[in-house]
Design a binder for this molecule. Structure first.
Ligand SMILES: Cc1ncc(COP(=O)(O)O)c(C=O)c1O
Length: 387
């Protein structure tokens, strides 16, 4: 089982200490939990799987340094993320660049840094061919026709998508790519599931990708040095959610590699959430409590400006009232923004009062990095790194 599936990286006492030492609202990350998440995943995976941390989940420089020191590679998706990763001084081969809309300065920087680009359409291939001065290997991101698990509206599914090349367009693209001067397609990238805690479902998606790779090789003669399976490894957001079985997942990947012995290259995984979620906590105090037509509201110092995910996915972060016990009653958690969209969830908590401290767990991924910190110009929350 996955040893780093706890919802809370900090005890109540530590939360109180953080809130007394720093101005709330704030994020705090525990380095040891991030490192444990990385180590647990690394230990479960076959050697031939490279872990490329998806920087979008949390780009805090200390977190990036922590993963880099443990040997991680990095998946970037913007010029800002490329710049952050450049500061890690990694050698080539440890950086990837994906994204459905890449601008020329981004491609320039990616080439300069020796980053492996995930081409998401003919435009990426053609522009790279013009910008490159010698041969470069790229991966082709494909939007599959079937077999993609859909969850949480983030990624996946087989409907129309902004990402990658539709699988049915592959023959035409591969034929055209033969005419490119510098660009060589040597990898496949398919990211087709999000926040998936079921190892079997993840493995089914990955099996579909390896089969696609085999078709590319058999039908089009494309030799693949890399197959990138994207991110999507899930984490629990509630006490009753079962964590991803890392052992079963790793074993299943080994078995897939064994079945697909034609593929002697590297598998890439790009987990963001799995590596970063558990290390983080978000702390905010209650500003006021009000009753409105039968609904009890607690209005907090921060809302969707700092934690947007509940609004996007309908799934709240776990929350507790620090140091409080006693009978619980339902309360709607609202932020301070002037929009009725500013809700962090409805939950049963002990009786709340102004000044009470709430802690939101598993907010190390898609917390600060996904928030709308400039909306309404509230102060930007601090991010505290705890070693
Ligand atoms: C290309 C790519 N790779 C990896 C990830 C990370 O996904 P997750 O955090 O679900 O592991 C994302 C997330 O959107 C992505 O777009």
């Amino acid at each position: 089982m996955n040893p780093v599936s706890a919802l809370w990286a900090f005890t109540d006492e530590e939360c109180r200490g953080l809130a007394e030492s720093w101005e709330t609202p704030l994020f705090a990350y525990r380095g040891a939990v991030a490192a444990a998440s990385y180590r647990a995943l690394r230990a479960a995976l076959p050697e031939r799987v490279r872990i490329a941390y998806a920087v979008k989940a949390n780009s805090h420089p200390r977190l990036l340094r922590c993963f880099a020191a443990l040997g991680a590679s990095f998946d970037c998706a913007s010029i800002g993320e490329l710049q952050r990763v450049r500061e890690l001084n990694l050698g080539p081969g440890r950086m990837f660049f994906a994204g459905p809309g890449k601008r020329s300065p981004e491609l320039d920087l990616a080439l300069e840094m020796g980053v492996r680009v995930q081409a998401e359409g003919w435009e990426d291939l053609a522009r790279l061919d013009v910008l490159a001065t010698s041969e470069i290997s790229v991966n082709l991101r494909v939007h599959p026709l079937s077999g993609a698990a859909e969850s949480n509206r983030i990624i996946g599914g087989v409907g129309p998508a902004a990402f990658g090349i539709d699988e049915e367009q592959l023959p035409e693209i591969l034929e055209r790519a033969k005419g490119l001067r510098h660009v060589r397609i040597r990898g496949l990238h398919v990211f087709a599931a999000s926040n998936q805690r079921d190892a079997k479902a993840l493995l089914e998606t990955h099996a579909m990708v390896l089969e696609m790779g085999q078709r590319l090789r058999d039908l089009h003669g494309t030799e693949l040095a890399q197959i990138d399976l994207g991110g999507g490894l899930g984490v629990p957001y509630a006490p009753d959610e079962i964590p991803l079985d890392l052992h079963a997942f790793g074993k299943g990947l080994s078995e897939l590699l064994r079945q697909h012995s034609w593929f002697q290259g590297e598998l890439i995984l790009e987990p963001g959430r799995f590596l970063a979620a558990a290390c983080g906590i978000y702390l905010a105090r209650v500003i006021r409590v009000k009753e409105s037509r039968g609904t009890r509201f607690a209005i907090l110092e921060g809302g969707i400006n700092h934690l947007l995910r509940p609004l996007l996915t309908g799934q709240p972060f776990p929350v507790k009232a620090v140091g409080k016990s006693g009978p619980v009653r339902p309360v709607t958690l609202a932020g301070p923004l002037c929009t009725s969209l500013d809700r962090l969830g409805e939950i049963a908590l002990p009786e709340l009062a102004p000044g009470d401290l709430l802690a939101f767990g598993t907010t190390g991924a898609y917390g600060f990095s996904e928030g709308m910190t400039h909306f309404l110009s509230h102060p930007i929350p601090a991010e505290i790194w705890v070693d």
